[in-house]
Ligand binder design. Structure first.
Ligand code: AMP
Length: 187
């Protein structure tokens, strides 16, 4: 199963993506995690990405697309994956389509985790405090949400037009959201 998990920052994508991947037996490909690994390992890619991430900006499409292209070529992703945090722009949608077309495969489903944006701001602020992420200020958080609304939310209509979208109510206990997610991916 080749799946994209969408939703604003703070919607619980990371948590739900991990559970879903275990359920489906496919790898979890999170661009945010890949960038953070590169930053931790002091790679060139990490150095390039760091400034953008700290400012709550998108890493440029060509950098992000190249990283995803490499990741999708690894053997574990051949039979399926859950993409988390990618695509985030229409340019990335086109790049993903190209990558899959080169392998002769298509996306099966795009799932949107639906949440109220104000709920998400307070969740993210609590997380910034709990995880000691002092650079996750309210201004940066609001900027990331604005980018989501401007750049990423239009992808939802795009995938809906292609008949690929399933929306999930993502407000509620983690287990309940998980059950809704499992129901959405049931063949
Ligand atoms: P995330 O963990 O998905 O919230 O991603 C953390 C940060 O990594 C984002 O705020 C962006 O700076 C960067 N990032 C992650 N995925 C992408 C993407 N698809 N395109 C551009 N930047 C991204």
């Amino acid at each position: 199963m080749r799946l994209v998990l969408m939703g604003p920052p703070g919607a619980g994508k990371g948590t739900q993506a991990k559970v879903l991947c275990e359920h489906l037996g496919v790898p979890h490909i999170s661009t945010g995690d890949l960038f953070r690994e590169n930053i931790r390992d002091l790679t060139d890619l990490g150095r390039t990405a760091q400034g953008y991430i700290d400012a709550g900006e998108f890493v440029p499409d060509e950098v992000t697309n190249a990283m995803v292209r490499d990741r999708l070529k690894r053997p574990d992703a051949v039979n399926g994956f859950v993409l988390d945090g990618f695509p985030r722009t229409l340019t990335q949608v086109a790049a993903l389509d190209d990558m899959l077309a080169e392998s002769g495969v298509v996306l099966d489903l795009v799932i949107e985790l639906e949440v109220d944006l104000e709920v998400v701001v307070s969740r993210l602020l609590l997380r910034a405090i709990a995880e000691h992420r002092p650079d996750d200020t309210e201004a940066v958080i609001r900027h990331r949400l604005a980018l989501y609304t401007d750049q990423t939310a239009p992808l939802i209509a795009h995938y809906a037009n292609r008949g690929l979208l399933a929306g999930i109510d993502a407000i509620g206990p983690v287990d309940e959201v998980r059950d809704r997610l499992f129901a959405a991916v049931r063949p």
